[in-house]
Structure formats: C-alpha cells, structure tokens
Write a protein that binds this ligand. Structure first.
Ligand code: ATP
Ligand code: MG
Length: 156
C-alpha cells in the first residue's frame, strides 16, 4: 500500500509525546509533506518510527528529540535525532543485533530487552529500505531510515 510517511510520523509522535514531556524533553518535528509517500506497510512503518522515538526518550536525560522527513533526488528519508547518552564508536556496529544492549550495567536501569532495533532493521528491510545510525558518546544519536523514490504510477 502507498503510505504517507508524514501521517505515520504524526501518529508515532503523538504516542510518545507524553513520555517525552514527562521527562522534560522537547519533541520537535520538521516534515516535508510534499513528497512523503512510500510503498510499504503503514503499521510496520509506525512500529519502526515509534521504536526509534521511544529509544530517544529512554536514552536522553536532557535536551531535545527531533524527527525530520525529507527527500533527496533518489530517496525519502526520516531522521530521529536526540541529545542523549550516545553510543560509543566500538559498540555502534552491534546495536542492530538481537539482544545487544550497550554498557549493560547502565542500560539495565532503563529496562528494555535489546530487541527493538533488530526488529526495526528487519521491518525496514522488508519494505525495501535501509537504516543507519550515527552517534557520539555523551552527545547524542541520530538514526536514519531511507526508502528509494519509486514511480507512483501517475502519468506525465
Ligand atoms: P527494547 O527496544 O527491546 O525495549 P532496547 O531499547 O534496550 O530494548 P534496542 O532498541 O534494540 O533495545 O537498542 C539496543 C541498544 O542500543 C540499547 O540497549 C541502547 O543501549 C542502545 N541505544 C538504542 N537507541 C539509543 C539512543 N537513541 N541513544 C543511546 N543509546 C541507544
Ligand atoms: Mg528500544
């Protein structure tokens, strides 16, 4: 089905809004609504984005979380950015592995099972997309998902 990523993001943001404000975290959105259609599964897409936003809320103690939607010539992308605890460079390659949790002792106080990102990666790839992470310890983390621009079957 064709899904409107802007609408999916709005729904996911709505669901984490309260958790974010309970922690005093601002949650901002910057969505290019003109080119937000991709082919995929709306519920799965929402699950992925919700996962990323929930991680940002869980692993950020102060500052802000932002989500943006935009496009390049070749793909549509969503970025979820936070000013949280960050992930050390040597741990970064493993965060998409099942049950992997960074720095076990600290992570444990946050709850969680270490499955969220491995599921998110599978769901993104099932829909023909890719997921990337960029992070600096103590500074924050950005996750990005990308989907190739596809023909929407319109004429001219
Ligand atoms: P679950 O999502 O299953 O409840 P989880 O959040 O621990 O548990 P993942 O979402 O798979 O598991 O994330 C794996 C690990 O990556 C986390 O335990 C955390 O250490 C690290 N991580 C994920 N997102 C962030 C983030 N935004 N900032 C800092 N660390 C993160
Ligand atoms: Mg998680």
């Amino acid at each position: 089905e064709w899904i409107d990523l802007a609408e999916v993001i709005d729904n996911a943001v709505h669901k984490v809004q309260l958790k974010a404000s309970d922690k005093g975290l601002a949650l901002s959105t910057k969505l290019n609504r003109r080119t937000s259609w991709v082919y995929g599964d709306g519920l799965r897409m929402e699950q992925v984005i919700l996962n990323l936003l929930e991680n940002s809320v869980r692993y950020t103690e102060q500052g802000e979380i932002s989500i943006m939607l935009d496009q390049t010539d070749s793909y549509v992308f969503v970025k979820v950015k936070d000013t949280g605890i960050g992930i050390a460079a040597e741990e970064l390659p493993y965060v998409f592995e099942r049950f992997y949790r960074v720095e076990k002792s600290r992570s444990r106080q946050h709850g969680g099972s270490g499955l969220g990102l491995s599921i998110a990666k599978k769901l993104v790839e099932l829909q023909g997309g890719e997921i990337f992470v960029n992070s600096r310890l103590g500074q924050g983390t950005t996750f990005e998902i990308r989907f190739k621009q596809e023909e929407q079957g319109g004429s001219t």
